[in-house]
Ligand binder design. Structure first.
Ligand SMILES: NC(=O)c1ccc[n+]([C@@H]2O[C@H](COP(=O)([O-])OP(=O)(O)OC[C@H]3O[C@@H](n4cnc5c(N)ncnc54)[C@H](O)[C@@H]3O)[C@@H](O)[C@H]2O)c1
Length: 319
């Protein structure tokens, strides 16, 4: 893709800043558009030293030359979004408006120039489905609209439908990535992301709060693996018009995760079980298990994330 820049929306965030670093390392030009609502310039301190990097501090929809920026790009990687259950519960209007509105603006601009778009979606779209493993063409089971938690999944699912519509109707080459839980350096615990929250509590000697009975399980993927998968999908012509899971498929129960964090940080903290209702209000629903099928990712890219949970925790805690 050398020659034309790659536009990364949300590039000052957790995944976006790692992707930006890798693209620059590979010799690409990168333009980040980020309103710094949850991201931070400090995530880009390495990138800022590179002459092939530039930064626009604005909302995607308020970027005055978005059309020409998109037209000049080899690809737009659209990561800008309101992310994480806590933010979604706290600011439902902003979540829905951002996640739908900003994607619409990106796709409309791309349709005028034919610029390829890679869109970040989420494993949340699988909802309450109880399949042992989630595949991209599975039916989805989202909860009712009276429970605000599902608005994140629905907003991202509408993004997927919209991207597929632009692909079919306007020929925009879109790739859709469903990220499963991604973790690593630069992820903040401020918005409820589980591993940074556990590490912060364990380091401060506070109880490590596990919501529910702690028997729910998740799979955690190191951000370096997720970014490698994205880089390969960006180059895969076969990935155009497809939805692809990106994550790790080793599961861990959340209570066990809390205990491992306490162990690796050599903390005296204890695990405390807290009812979902206490944190998120009445009627909150969570999914019991969430594990990706990685068959399609492997088929398209020859790659599957392999970093173990121990490697992830060691990396995060400097152990
Ligand atoms: N981290 C995960 O585990 C995970 C899992 C599933 C999906 N995702 C998706 O991956 C993408 C990146 O997530 P992340 O974990 O890096 O989150 P993040 O909050 O660190 O990054 C999002 C970035 O978007 C920016 N942003 C928000 N609204 C914006 C707007 N209107 N205009 C410009 N910038 C805006 C924020 O400032 C932030 O830098 C998101 O689309 C998210 O839905 C992440």
């Amino acid at each position: 893709m050398h020659g034309k820049p790659i536009v990364v929306t949300g590039g000052a965030g957790f995944i976006g800043s790692h992707l930006t670093d890798r693209l620059l390392e590979a010799g690409e030009q990168v333009i980040v558009v980020d309103d710094l609502s949850t991201g931070s310039r400090s995530n880009l301190s390495l990138a800022e030293r590179n002459p092939r990097f530039s930064f626009r501090a604005c909302k995607v929809s308020e970027c005055h030359d978005l059309e020409s920026l998109v037209a000049s790009a080899a690809m737009v990687v659209h990561l800008a979004a309101v992310v994480g259950v806590e933010q979604v519960m706290r600011s439902p209007i902003r979540t829905i408006e951002t996640n739908l509105g900003e994607t619409e603006v990106v796709l409309a601009a791309a349709s005028h120039s034919g610029t390829p778009v890679l869109l970040a979606s989420t494993s949340e779209v699988y909802g309450k489905s109880s399949q042992p493993e989630f595949s991209e063409t599975d039916d989805l089971l989202i909860g009712p609209s009276t429970l605000g938690r599902w608005s994140y999944a629905c907003s991202k699912l509408m993004d997927e439908f919209l991207a597929m519509a632009y692909y079919r109707e306007r020929g925009v080459p879109v790739r859709i990535v469903r990220f499963f839980n991604t973790v690593g350096p630069r992820q903040t615990g401020a918005y409820g992301m589980v591993i940074p929250r556990f590490v912060d509590a364990a380091r401060a000697g506070r109880p490590v709060q596990v919501y529910g009975d702690g028997r729910q399980s998740r799979c955690f993927c190191h951000v370096a693996d997720s970014v490698e998968a994205v880089l390969r999908l960006m180059k895969s012509p076969e990935a155009v018009g497809q939805v692809v899971n990106v994550g790790n498929d080793q599961s861990v129960e959340i209570r066990e995760l809390a205990e491992r964090v306490i162990q690796v940080t050599r903390s005296a903290s204890r695990v405390e079980l807290v009812a979902y209702e206490t944190v998120f209000g009445p009627g909150f629903e969570d999914m019991r298990h969430r594990k990706p099928s990685l068959k399609l990712l492997e088929h398209l890219t020859g790659f599957r994330p392999r970093r173990t949970l121990d490697e992830i925790l060691n990396d995060l805690t400097g152990s």
